[in-house]
Design a protein around this ligand. Structure first.
Ligand code: NAD
Length: 462
């Protein structure tokens, strides 16, 4: 797609206040593929005013009509699926089949789910002698990361629009072209002017201005825990609602009765997909000591098979960071059994699929989010030890449990301090609430729980 040289505000593309630009780079070949405006605080203010102006009418629009616009948005995204996949591949670097199967398809499903939810949700309920109204929170400031560029946008904008809120989006610097394509789709779907607005720009400039804008009622942020903590603090000071989807360090717990080969192979695939840039990836594999050596061998073989098939990480800084973590793991005593800290290609920000064995729970690679194709394999003595290790980080976003019997895996999952657990390789469900325990975040996205984040209640007594 061709980059727009403006910001989408009040239903039209208009020039930014300043002249600063962001260069968009293809991480697979390091070529500049476009330039977009780097909006500033003035642009954010203009966009928030547009969203505020559109709020009363959109909030009063019957849910069925809001649902119709979301259905139209779903259809436009579906019609432009190949363009979406191509754009994500160009600016994120993920292989085209993965962009088609995940980056383009999941947001279509999520947009469709909110078209249905908007139509079916009851925005009023009776409680004794009261009528409780579920009203839109107001103007939403949405700030998104680059790792699933369209999914992160749709997971905020679709429920916000379904609820009757209006939105200003500040997408990630690395993937603004996907966000521009989304704005085109919103326009094509006939969403009224001002209901959705896009300001591309830098995090500490446009992002911060949006998070701190006094006329934003709810800040919904997905990104690093470091930035999330600052946004949460600013929102707290302003007594403003905030939703935070942050980092993770999820455990893949393989109980002794599990089908080991399947659990390891699916676990490795989970970590390597999207080049490890998935907040909910199961980056710590926990294996009983009796089956540990076999699991390490299987994991190394599975990672080696990925070889050249994974894409680059998003930029040079992330590449250096991920390679640095691999070096640190080895320096702290982990054993490298696949991949390593050398960049595998001269051009592009690639990292070899890497497996570290003999990782112990206190090592940096077992505690910090790496956000690259790096799996740590840890050894446990018994179930209690596995639980202690699984719960022993500041994060709690996702996880997996494998066992011979589903009920055994479920019993373990109930004791995990985490927001989402896949049982014996359970499938992704776009209606299941997604979000973190502990420092992985505040609030939930997707399905009816995601819709509830954008609603506030008023009770009328009779
Ligand atoms: P990041 O926090 O650097 O950036 C995320 C967004 O915040 C970007 O749009 C960025 O421009 C903006 N931003 C940066 N500084 C800001 C500031 N001071 N004020 C306001 N906005 C600011 O994170 P990233 O490197 O883009 O993304 C990777 C991180 O996101 C990882 O830690 C990952 O786990 C997390 N993540 C979490 C989820 C989840 O649902 N929990 C999903 C995807 C990614």
């Amino acid at each position: 797609m061709k980059a727009h040289d403006g910001l989408y505000i009040g239903g039209a593309w208009r020039p930014a206040a300043g002249r600063d630009e962001i260069e968009v780079v293809n991480p697979a070949d390091e070529q500049v593929i476009g330039r977009v405006p780097a909006g500033d605080a003035m642009d954010v203010d203009t966009a928030v005013r547009a969203a505020r102006a559109a709020l009363a009418t959109w909030a009063a629009t019957p849910p069925a009509e809001r649902a119709a616009r979301l259905g139209a948005l779903r259809d436009v995204l579906a019609a432009r699926k190949d363009e979406i996949a191509g754009t994500v591949t160009a600016e994120l670097g993920s292989p085209l089949p993965f962009s088609q199967a995940v980056h383009a398809s999941v947001p279509i499903a999520v947009a469709g789910s909110y078209a249905e939810l908007a139509a079916a949700h009851s925005f009023e309920e009776k409680v004794g002698n009261s009528t409780v109204l579920h009203e839109p929170v107001g103007v939403v400031g949405a700030i998104t990361p680059w790792n699933y560029p369209l999914h992160q946008i749709v997971a905020k904008v679709a429920p916000a629009l379904a609820a009757g809120c209006t939105v200003v989006l500040k997408p990630a610097e690395d993937t603004p072209l996907t966000a521009q394509l989304f704005a085109e789709a919103v326009h094509e779907a006939g969403v009224p002017a001002g209901v959705f607005n896009l300001v591309t720009g830098l995090g500490p400039v446009a992002g911060q201005a949006l998070a701190e804008h006094p006329d934003v009622d709810l800040v919904s942020f997905t990104g690093s825990t470091a930035v999330g903590r600052r946004i949460g603090a600013a929102a707290g000071a302003a007594v403003k609602k905030v939703a935070l989807e942050l980092g993770g360090k999820s455990a893949n717990v393989i109980l002794p009765s599990a089908d080991l080969a399947r659990a390891v192979n699916v676990g490795v695939a989970n970590v390597m997909s999207n080049s490890g840039q998935t907040c909910s990836a199961w980056t710590r594999m926990l294996v009983h000591r009796d089956r540990y050596d076999e699991a390490v061998e299987l994991a190394a073989a599975a990672a080696a098979k990925y070889g050249d098939r994974i894409g680059p990480v998003v930029n040079a800084r992330q590449q250096a960071r991920v390679l640095g973590y691999i070096e640190k793991g080895v320096a702290e005593g982990a054993r490298l059994v696949a991949g390593g800290p050398e960049a595998p290609r001269e051009q592009g920000y690639f990292v070899s699929p890497t497996v570290l064995a003999d990782v112990t729970p206190e090592m940096t690679v077992a505690q910090e989010e790496i956000f690259g194709p790096v799996l740590s394999v840890l050894r446990y003595e018994d179930e209690e030890d596995a639980l202690r290790i699984a719960n022993g980080t500041v994060y709690g976003l996702a996880g997996a449990v494998w066992a011979g019997e589903e009920s055994e895996a479920v019993a373990f999952a109930r004791r995990m301090d985490t927001g989402q657990v896949d049982i014996n390789g359970g499938r992704f469900n776009p209606l299941a609430p997604f979000g973190g325990y502990k420092q992985s975040g505040v609030g939930r996205e997707l399905g009816s729980h995601g819709l509830a984040e954008y609603l506030q209640t008023k009770s009328l007594q009779f």
